[in-house]
Design a protein around this ligand. Structure first.
Ligand SMILES: Nc1ncnc2c1ncn2[C@@H]1O[C@H](COP(=O)(O)OP(=O)(O)OP(=O)(O)O)[C@@H](O)[C@H]1O
Ligand SMILES: [Mg+2]
Length: 277
């Protein structure tokens, strides 16, 4: 059963120099699986993710032939309905936690806010859940972090706090935008195994946006490769490292190799025809 269905998604920003088409006809569906999205910087990965939550602010405009989440028409849903979906059912871990955490609220208050408002549980219970969520993302001193302000956290800790915050309400669909880019490998492995566990045990759907093709090949089930606002290739994750499409091959060729020749990285060959431009 598919959780999310998107057909012909287009996102345009009106700018002083004319419209910028950030996403140009993206279609895909997502089941209770791990779907990776890769592609060079500016290819439209984040904007695709934000569109699903309808978090595109004017002058940005979202259009699609269909955008449905678990039978709910996301294009027709009211702003009130969207607010009720965001968090408990649809969540996104943003690329930069600095912009997602409230700078004037202690971490503990941010983590328990939704629980207190939505689930009507006691303060003590909410606190317990928040601490458990911090422990789950490998924060060693959760009690201290609960009292901290966002600016007191390192980048990696901020990223983990964000992940904890998104996972507390147990969403059905999580969009994770470069969720582990600031983490060292051991913490990264832990975070991935938490996400993996949620997909397997609770049947959560996961959209995993990343620059790390090796990681996506290992971790995801399926991969979309984006270029200039379009999907140029869709393939099984285990096929990614042997992709045939010249753009995907270009991305693979840009991966540094340990022990490999130290020649300069090749430039990415960009052919407009891949994205019909
Ligand atoms: N508010 C905005 N106004 C105008 N253009 C925008 C706006 N937000 C994004 N864009 C453009 O949309 C395109 C896609 O951006 P997006 O953030 O989705 O890229 P990305 O694939 O996530 O890149 P990265 O890997 O660097 O995160 C870019 O060309 C970007 O400049
Ligand atoms: Mg991005």
């Amino acid at each position: 059963m598919s959780l999310l269905q998107i057909e012909n998604l287009r996102v345009t920003f009106a700018t002083e120099t004319g419209p910028v088409e950030a996403v140009r006809g993206v279609s895909f569906s997502l089941g209770r699986e791990r779907l990776g999205i890769v592609g060079e910087s500016g290819s439209g990965k984040t904007i695709t993710g934000r569109s699903v939550l309808r978090l595109i602010r004017p002058p940005g405009r979202i259009e699609a032939d269909r955008m449905e989440f678990d039978g709910i028409d996301l294009l027709k849903a009211s702003e009130k309905q969207m607010r009720a979906l965001r968090g408990p059912r649809l969540a996104m871990v943003m690329q930069d936690p600095k912009y997602s955490l409230n700078p004037v609220m202690r971490i503990g208050a941010q983590l328990t806010e939704g629980l207190l408002r939505r689930d009507r549980i006691s303060r003590a219970e909410a606190r317990k859940k928040a601490i458990a969520a911090l422990e789950a993302v490998q924060i060693r001193d959760p009690e201290r972090v609960m009292e901290a302000w966002p600016h007191e956290l390192s980048g990696g800790m901020g990223q983990r706090v964000m992940i904890a915050m998104m996972l507390i309400p147990e969403p059905d669909l999580l969009i994770a935008d470069e969720p582990t880019s600031a983490l060292d490998v051991t913490v990264q492995a832990e975070v991935l195994s938490i996400l993996d566990g949620l997909v397997k045990s609770r049947g959560m759907g996961l959209i995993f946006i990343s620059h790390d093709l090796r990681l996506v090949a290992r971790f995801c089930d399926r991969v979309l490769v984006m270029y200039r606002g379009k999907i140029v290739e869709e393939l099984a994750a285990h096929e990614l490292m042997a992709a045939k499409h010249p753009y995907t091959q270009g991305l693979l060729n840009c991966l540094p190799r340990i022990g490999g020749p130290r020649a300069p990285l090749p430039g990415l060959d960009r052919t407009g025809a891949w994205a019909n431009v």
